[in-house]
Design a protein around this ligand. Sequence first.
Ligand code: PLP
Length: 405
Amino acid sequence: MSDLPPRTAALPPSPFVRLNALLGAPPPGLVPVALSVGEPQGPVPSFVAEIIAREAAGFAKYPPIQGTDALRGAIAAWLTRRYALAPGAIDPETMVLPLNGTREGLFMATFAVVPERKAGGRPAVLLPNPFYSAYPAGALASGAEPVYVNALKETGFLPDFAALDEATLTRTAAIFIASPSNPEGAVADLAYWKGLFELSDRHGFVILADECYSEIYPGETPPPGALQAAQALGRSFERLLVFNSLSKRSGLAGLRSGFVAGDARLIAAYRDLRSNAGPQLSGPLQSVSAHAWGDEAHVEANRAVYRANMKIAAEELGNRTWFRLPEAGFFLWLETGAGEETALRLWRRAALRVVPGAYLANAAGIGSRPGNPGTDFIRVALVNGPETTRAALKSLASVLTGPGT
Ligand SMILES: Cc1ncc(COP(=O)(O)O)c(C=O)c1O
């Protein structure tokens, strides 16, 4: 029995620690290709170094936790442009808060919005299953019960929260939802948002909408966002917080820059919490971030690479029964069967590093099919350039038709 509190003892094991243990050393004579981590491999935009060099003196100062006016303004302007929001719908003073990357922001948000008790019991926080690891960490650290809701093919690879029993929904204080989702690349449409908003109205829970893959999509139409859906449905942003980041959009995962926006009452509470305990984004990096939210040229260049990669994936794997082109994002979620064995085979035969789907999900998931919804899948991150991607996918295709498949 562990004497550690559940907020750490009950955390799911890291998929990457498990992956290292599964794969071990690289196979002799082969050069490993990392298709495991969702870390963009493109160049850092040139404005990053220029702004840091110009503003380096700012590293001597404590930066404002609420963000500079320039950064909050740039984020509000981007949201308004990207989602065709009504002018003034996002007040940069009261409805935007910069984050030190969305990982910590998603984790810490639960501290601000989850009460100690809900409907006389331990509050529940609902998560998609598979999930991003900060969601259960936040739920557990704030004393809530994480409830894993399976995202299955039959539910469009998104969780069907409305199918949960009434007692759980009554105790629900917050839900995490990612659209576009990781790993499936599924996108919530207006009907999905409508259902979720109605559920939130009925049960009074907060929606924490993770949109960090919003700028990466293979087609011409950008995925809709939660603020956009709320506006289209004639709603306010009450009980709605959206999170976005420069990590994927701008290929700046190491900058650690994101934001949360939405319900002004929740943002005020979150800002108060962060004023005491939140990590600021340093001044020069706030300037870099303001510039990045204001510039689409580098984002379009990044998107062109991901589009080319998805086209290559369709060319190389499109005739396989287990292939599915994601609606957005840069992951392939492939139902090859026996995800763990498949990952091991790809590693041993071709030095391709992919993640078994089961490592990204929880076996205690609830849904029309209970159990771990990732067991039969592998996740393949297409974050390299097109040349590496084509060679890797050719090699993946040949391993998965060879003997033993
Ligand atoms: C679904 C999802 N949300 C959030 C994040 C966190 O991104 P960051 O902390 O870099 O903003 C990631 C990173 O991989 C992710 O996959």
